[in-house]
Design a binder for this molecule. Structure first.
Ligand SMILES: [Zn+2]
Length: 391
């Protein structure tokens, strides 16, 4: 079926004549360079100067780019220790204030898995993420205690997953799928996913069910010069199954996108292992909402009929419509799952800690509001349940 009460624009591109607003486009293309230029001034306080010996050993195995050129994600101005403690001591989310239920067993499993094999891949990629992003250290990545990898990129890098289950008493808890870094050169979208994941790890209450995949395009990020596209030169955010009413993604790319390489949708939908993984994950989790983080448009975008928040911290709601093959197009117009797209202001500069906390608090507040009464995420779940036999 189509999109009840929320018609797709006949021509999504009529909303903007180029694929990205002019200033956003220039920020996108210049991000890696300008960020690298900025780095010497700001330093690199979020990364441990020397990773633990075991990580250093693995470091040599992975083809880590030159450190100075590679660290392109500029940290916010707050001291790192204060940042992490702020996240621990004052979780901004009022709905998530109980002690962690998920962290202890997860930490335990990290230790045992490290000896059995799969976790070696997690250690390797965490090490590379720590080398690449100045706001995320290898240690912080490892502390997230990711599950043994199930999905891989073209270059066989694991797509890290972390599940924060709802407490068993809450069978009908809203499920949230959270995706970062689908565009490999939007560094802040990966870093902030780790920051929010950390908040959850410290304060997950079991009220909601969260599934995090903070770096969905590791091949795009983890190379000397990070790219929006994946290793196959595909824009993953154009590689999903398009809505029936949408223009064919290839046709769209050839005409509206003027065959620009950075928007290439791939030979066919789901041609890429990364999009296949997300596709499977959506089917597996049946999330009530998908949250995807991008940069640098500096807005909050939303596809769905449930009333979206007006803002998320400093980001104001601005609904842009969707492109054929994008996650928003697939999530809402094919699967009827609302998709919230958080577009951070800068690809290479992290928001201030205050704004990171505000955005998270606003997200939790909105989810809380939208799980009570009519017209809510749970109401949507009920209607999906009724529809299921006919699907
Ligand atoms: Zn993006």
């Amino acid at each position: 079926m189509g999109a009840p009460g929320f018609a797709e624009p006949a021509d999504p591109l009529s909303l903007y004549t180029t694929e990205t607003p002019p200033q956003a486009e220039s920020a996108l293309t210049s991000a890696p360079t300008s960020v690298a230029d900025e780095k010497p001034e700001t330093g690199n306080p979020d990364v441990n100067p020397a990773p633990p010996p075991s990580l250093q050993t693995l470091d040599k195995v992975s083809d880590t780019p030159a450190t100075t050129a590679a660290r392109t994600d500029v940290p916010d101005s707050t001291a790192p220790q204060e940042d992490s403690q702020a996240a621990v001591k004052t979780p901004p989310a009022t709905a998530q204030t109980e002690t962690s239920e998920a962290a202890p067993p997860a930490e335990k499993s990290l230790v045992t898995q490290a000896e059995t094999g799969p976790d070696k891949e997690v250690i390797e990629i965490c090490n590379r993420i720590g080398e690449k992003l100045s706001s995320v250290s290898a240690e912080e990545c490892l502390n997230a205690a990711f599950a043994p990898p199930r999905f891989y990129s073209n270059h066989h890098l694991p797509l890290l997953e972390k599940h924060f289950p709802a407490s068993p008493k809450r069978e009908d808890a809203p499920r949230i799928l959270f995706l970062g870094g689908i565009h490999g050169d939007e560094y802040s979208s990966v870093s902030i996913s780790f920051k929010w994941l950390k908040i959850l790890q410290e304060s997950h209450s079991g009220v909601y069910d969260w599934h995090f995949m903070p770096l969905t395009n590791p091949d795009g990020l983890l190379q000397k010069k990070s790219t929006r596209v994946n290793a196959n030169h595909v824009d993953l955010n154009r590689n999903f199954i398009p809505a029936e009413t949408a223009i064919d993604p290839i046709e769209h790319w050839q005409t509206y996108a003027k065959k620009r390489a950075r928007y290439y949708p791939g030979a066919k939908p789901l041609s890429e292992p990364e999009t296949q993984a997300i596709h499977l994950l959506i089917d597996e989790l049946q999330p009530d909402i998908i949250v995807s983080v991008h940069a640098p448009h500096g807005i909050l975008d939303y596809d769905g009929t449930i009333t979206p928040p007006r803002n998320l911290g400093p980001l104001q709601l601005k609904q842009l419509g969707t492109y054929p093959g994008s996650l928003g197009n697939y999530g809402w117009f094919v699967k009827q799952i609302p998709v919230m797209t958080i577009e951070l202001k800068h690809a290479g500069i992290m928001p201030k800690q205050h704004d990171i906390d505000r955005m998270w608090a606003d997200l939790i507040q909105w989810i809380k509001q939208r799980t009570e009464g009519d017209g809510t995420l749970l109401a949507r779940k009920e209607s999906m349940r009724e529809k299921k036999p006919t699907l």
